[in-house]
Each structure stands twice: as structure tokens, then as C-alpha cells.
Design a protein around this ligand. Structure first.
Ligand code: CTP
Length: 420
């Protein structure tokens, strides 16, 4: 029988440190053994007790602990491992590694090891984008270190962009690939952001236009018709496309979430404004209509505020809004190579989406199962997770329920593949 492979996990001190617990569980479930070393700062986010309970082993932290050195010295720790994994790798830890600093147990063993090293960075998007971090990551890669992530998404600091720890499942996939001796690591799906920041940028040179959020259709200067769309899914797609190297124009209705990093944002209110902004943003290679565009507007919005005492209750005559998606898909000249729509459905999700695909003339429809969201009023709107089917002319892919950022990463990966 093959000996059980052992991972030495270095946990850095960042908000994502708690995800190291999940990672340890996944590593052990896949049949590998894991032993953890924490930096001092990591102890501010997770306790040695919680980490030790998921590794089933002692957790190491102090370089000069006499008992630890007697039992298992810093050289021994890495000698005993098949692979060293740093997750989360903070900007500070990457900087120390890149420069060969060794001032605690984690950095000392990283300097002393002759094993392969995988790092999973996680930090604020501006720290990740900083030239110093870029330099350090390039240096580490030149030294033979493999990098997985970070991915794009919303961050603990309330911003949107590249800097989130890769999903524990993706880190495990990278670990397994490295243990199998795969030298050119093909990044797992969902880690495009890493690929874009560090390596191939699958959408480099492409222009992607994304609509996101609801539209507000005025009734009078102070009232409007709206819907529950939060913009999270559309914004996540814009961030993922930017992380994959595309130039992105995001045409957003009124939302309460921050602008994604590295994306040109055009803010609009109504469907007609959104349509005009999309027209101005064209030409593009890929159009993604993720906005919940109001189907109708008030035919004649009042110029002044409607007053209760000024007469009988005003009837609201509605007029149909232009269909932005169908308009872009139906362009006789300058049609984007890929036109992708969304469909929020509560029943017969796939048949409705297939009909919508043909009716609107697009190349793919991401069909949301909004009936599934259940207990919260408004269902999937504003929620972090999404259950979708990707409907194309070739067939249907049903994706498992996942975070909106993962849906975005996966969609961007599929778009890159479709563009070829
Ligand atoms: N859409 C659009 N312009 C509109 C309405 C919808 O661009 N005026 C786009 C949305 O951004 C989405 C897709 O069309 O990508 C599907 O929207 P949906 O409201 O589900 O489609 P409808 O045609 O309104 O069909 P339904 O009868 O199911 O509401």
C-alpha cells in the first residue's frame, strides 16, 4: 500500500484564516494527512485548538519552543511532509518568502524546506495589485513556488475585486495535481482570477459589456417602479471578466453594492437609459445581460409630484420597454460574437430558458431557479448563492448550487472556452 501523503499547512494571519479549517477537513477527507503551523497573526483569527481538532494533530507555532524543537524541529517539520501549502498567504508572508526572511517558525521552515510549495494568497485587492506584491509573486514563481488564486469577489473590507482566497476545493485540486507530479498546473475552474493576475489572461484583448442590477421606472419625480435585483450576480461577472483580462464596461442600474475593481461603470436608472448606455458601449466581443430590466415603464411619467388631494387616484398606464438583450442579439451589423442572457424562472426553468434563447436570438442563457430560494421574501435576489443552468443551442449544463462569484468565474471560464 502507498504511504499516506502528508501536507504541511502554514496558516497566515488574514481574515481568510478561518477557511483553513475547511481546507484541512477537505484534505483529510481526500485521504491525505495534514499538520498545521500557524503564524502569530493567524492566532488572532483561528485558535490552535480549532485547527488541531480538524488536523487531528498538534499545531505548531513557536520557533523557540523547547518542547516543540525537541519533538519536531523546524527542519523536521518540512522533512516529514510531501508538500508545503501556505493558505492563506498574506501579503506580508509572501514578501518574507520572496526575500528569504526567517523570523518565526512558519518563515523559517519555508526557507529550510526542499519540498514543493503551493501558496494560496488572500488579501485586500489593492494589496494584491500593489507592484511590491506583484514583484514578490513573480519572484516566488521564478523560485518554483506554485500559486493558486486569489479569485475575484466581494471582500471582508466591503470592496469588490481580486484578492479572495481560492475556494478550498480548488486549493485541494491544486494539491492533488502537485502530489501527482503535474508540473504545469492547469488551474481548476473558478480560479481564473489567479490565471489572469499571474499567467494567461483568457479574455485579454476582449471587450465585455455587462448589464447589472434593476432598473427604476419613474412614476413622478419622487416615485418609481423597481424590482428586487441586487446586482450581485452581474457585478460578480464584471469582476470575473476583468480578472480574466477583459476590458469591461458595466452598465448598472441603481444598486447598493460597490463598483467592481478595474471595471468602467456607467450608472443608469431606467431601461431606456440602460439601452442607450449599452449602445454607446458597443462594439464588444461579449454582451452579458444580467440586469433585471423592467418590462414596462409608466407611459407618461408625471413632471411634478402626484398629489393626493389633486384628484382621483391616477391610473398608471404602462408602455413596454425596449428589450435590450434582444436588440443587441438581433443587430445586423456589429453583433457581439457572444450574446448571453439571464432568465429568472420559477417553474419549467429549462424549457422556458430554451424558448427565451430562441426568442431573443442569444447564444446562451443562464437560467436561475428562483423558485428554489424559498424562505426569504424575494428568493434568490440579494442572496449570495445561485442555482443555474447554462442553456445553449448545443444543450444544457446544470450547475450545482454555488456562490454568485463562483457562478461568475465559471461563466467566464465557459465564455473563454466558447471564444476559443
Ligand atoms: N432583458 C433586457 N431588456 C428587457 C427585458 C429583459 O435586456 N427589457 C434581458 C435581461 O437582462 C435578461 C433577459 O432579458 O438577460 C431575460 O429577462 P426576462 O425578464 O426573464 O425575460 P422576459 O423577456 O421579460 O420574459 P418573461 O416573460 O419571463 O418575463
Amino acid at each position: 500500500m502507498m504511504a499516506q501523503k502528508r501536507i504541511l499547512l502554514v496558516v497566515g494571519g488574514g481574515i481568510a484564516a478561518y477557511k483553513a479549517l475547511d481546507l484541512c477537513r477537505l484534505i483529510r477527507r481526500s485521504g491525505l494527512a495534514v499538520r498545521a503551523v500557524m503564524t502569530k497573526a493567524a492566532g488572532e483569527f483561528v485558535t490552535p485548538l480549532s485547527l488541531g481538532s480538524v488536523t487531528g494533530d498538534k499545531v505548531y507555532g513557536e520557533l523557540f519552543s523547547l518542547t516543540d524543537e525537541a519533538e519536531m524541529g523546524h527542519i523536521e517539520l518540512s522533512r516529514d511532509a510531501d508538500l508545503v501549502v501556505v493558505a492563506p498567504a498574506t501579503a506580508n508572508l509572501l514578501a518574507k518568502m520572496a526575500n528569504g526572511l526567517a523570523d518565526d517558525l512558519a518563515t523559517t521552515l519555508l526557507l529550510a524546506t526542499d519540498k514543493k510549495v503551493l501558496v494560496a494568497p488572500a488579501m485586500n485587492l489593492r494589496m494584491w495589485a500593489h507592484p511590491a506584491t506583484r514583484r514578490n509573486v513573480e519572484r516566488l514563481k521564478a523560485d518554483g513556488v506554485t500559486v493558486v488564486g486569489p479569485t475575484a469577489g466581494s471582500m471582508a473590507c466591503g470592496e469588490f475585486g481580486v484578492g479572495r482566497l481560492a475556494e478550498p476545493a480548488d486549493i485541494l485540486a491544486a494539491i492533488e495535481a502537485m502530489l501527482q507530479g503535474v508540473t504545469a498546473l492547469r488551474l481548476p475552474e473558478g480560479a481564473w482570477a489567479e490565471a489572469s493576475a499571474n499567467g494567461p489572461r483568457p479574455l485579454a484583448g476582449r471587450h465585455v459589456v455587462v448589464t447589472s442590477g434593476p432598473t427604476h421606472e419613474p412614476i413622478d419625480p419622487v416615485r418609481y417602479i423597481a424590482n428586487r435585483s441586487s446586482g450581485k450576480q452581474g457585478h460578480a461577472i464584471a469582476a470575473a471578466a476583468a480578472a480574466a483580462g477583459a476590458r469591461v464596461t458595466l452598465v448598472s442600474g441603481p444598486v447598493a453594492i460597490p463598483d467592481p475593481f478595474g471595471v468602467a461603470v456607467v450608472r443608469v436608472e431606467s431601461a431606456r437609459e440602460m439601452q442607450a448606455a449599452v449602445e454607446r458601449a458597443l462594439p464588444c466581443d461579449v454582451f452579458i445581460g444580467a440586469a433585471a430590466v423592467a418590462d414596462w415603464r409608466v407611459a407618461e411619467a408625471a413632471e411634478g409630484k402626484l398629489k393626493k388631494e389633486s384628484g382621483p387616484r391616477p391610473p398608471l398606464a404602462l408602455a413596454e420597454n425596449p428589450d435590450i438583450l434582444a436588440g443587441v442579439a438581433g443587430r445586423s451589423s456589429g453583433r457581439p460574437r457572444l450574446v448571453i442572457g439571464f432568465a429568472a424562472e420559477t417553474s419549467d426553468v429549462v424549457p422556458h430558458a430554451q424558448a427565451k434563447l430562441l426568442r431573443k436570438g442569444c447564444d446562451a442563457i443562464v437560467a436561475n431557479d428562483v423558485g428554489l430560494a424559498g424562505e426569504t421574501p424575494g428568493g434568490v435576489f440579494g442572496q449570495a448563492a445561485n442555482t443555474v443552468h447554462l442553456v445553449t443551442r448545443e444543450g444544457v449544463e446544470s450547475w450545482p448550487t454555488m456562490g454568485k462569484q463562483q457562478v461568475a468565474d465559471r461563466l467566464v471560464a465557459r465564455i473563454a472556452a466558447m471564444l476559443g
